[in-house]
Design a protein around this ligand. Structure first.
Ligand SMILES: [Zn+2]
Length: 333
């Protein structure tokens, strides 16, 4: 049976190399491992290893990916070439990084960042504007990035509310929570996707709904990093569109992301069917494409003869896929 391909709206492909190698510490210890790996990246390595990760994604049913990239401009081009080789659709979410992190993450000014965006666009790369986080971008940068994305009609993706510490720091600096700051700086709109939103307050969720913004959940990574439970029911109550991402690539399986998303919702709400199977498949595919501003991406085929689908009738396929299958039932068309 043919269905729209799954869309991985949030990936850091280089982090795939940490699989099995970064257990044992907390989020901030994991971040240290991640930073050291980021420091080792070269254009050749990105070109080679991202192609392998993107092939793994495509084999798992993801036919497009939003690569949230903060390793430098040449490496961004290498990522785009890797995606082309692996025949996966790519939107390069070029991270704006004003402070913190490694030298290679940062641009000297927001004008330098926008010049990098323009150069990639001139090269024909599909680009989104991506203030890394309120931690990495000063307020003046956010004002400028929100204005530019809106004027150019580009998608804007930003990490927010993943860890309580980020919220405490934002309150201390600005007297605002991250999503409140994004709203005040013009970064929220219908082309905006907040990544995680795990610890968003009701007021922050109301702001997302008012501005028509989306939220990308990355359930397997959020579980692995001990981030917390995504507020699935509170997001759905407000009609906030959702999509999924494999983020750290500790797992690459869209069906597992969706199953985990609904599992979180059921455990929190103490009831079943918080999000219907059909809606989960829309979250897995078309909603991710909308978050990336993609009009077209490849379909996938679900193998009806696979043992995981034995005895499943057509009308039950969506539920059987999400709740009873792994990505090995899927293949790109
Ligand atoms: Zn991320």
């Amino acid at each position: 049976m043919r269905l729209p391909g799954f869309v991985n709206a949030h990936s850091h492909a280089f982090q795939r190399a940490l699989r099995g190698r970064a257990e044992g510490g907390d989020f901030w210890a994991w971040r240290e491992s991640m930073l050291s790996l980021a420091g080792e990246q070269t254009t050749e390595r990105v070109r080679r290893e991202y192609a392998a990760v993107y092939r793994e994604m495509r084999a798992a049913g993801y036919t497009a990916v939003g690569e949230f990239h903060y390793l430098g401009l040449d490496e961004a081009r290498a990522a785009a070439e890797a995606a082309e080789e692996a025949r996966i659709g790519l939107v390069l979410l070029l991270a704006a990084y004003g402070r913190g992190g490694l030298d290679r993450f940062r641009q000297p000014s927001v004008a330098d960042y926008l010049e990098q965006v323009e150069r990639l666009r001139a090269d024909g790369v599909a680009v989104g504007v991506a203030p890394h986080s309120v931690r990495a971008c000063p307020r003046g940068w956010l004002d400028e990035l929100g204005r530019y994305a809106d004027a150019e009609g580009l998608v804007l993706h930003v990490h927010a509310d993943e860890q309580p510490r980020e919220i405490e720091e934002c309150l201390a600096e600005h007297g605002l929570r991250p999503v409140e700051l994004l709203a005040e700086t013009g970064c929220l709109g219908p082309r905006t996707t907040i990544v995680h939103g795990t610890h968003a307050s009701d007021r922050e969720l109301d702001l997302l709904a008012e501005h028509g913004a989306r939220v990308c959940l990355c359930p397997t990574t959020e579980a692995n990093l001990g981030d917390g439970y995504a507020p699935v029911e509170r997001l759905r109550e407000r009609g906030i569109p959702l999509c999924i991402g494999s983020d750290s690539n500790v797992r690459i399986d869209p069906l597992e992301e969706l199953r985990e998303l609904e599992g979180i919702a059921r455990r929190s709400a103490l009831r079943r069917n918080v999000v219907s199977p059909d809606d989960l498949l829309r979250i897995g595919g078309p909603e991710g494409a909308a978050a990336l501003g993609l009009a077209a991406w490849d379909d996938v085929e679900a193998d009806a003869s696979h043992p995981s689908l034995a005895g499943v009738d057509g009308p039950d396929l969506a539920a059987a896929l999400v709740f009873g299958c792994a990505a090995d039932v899927l293949s790109p068309v």
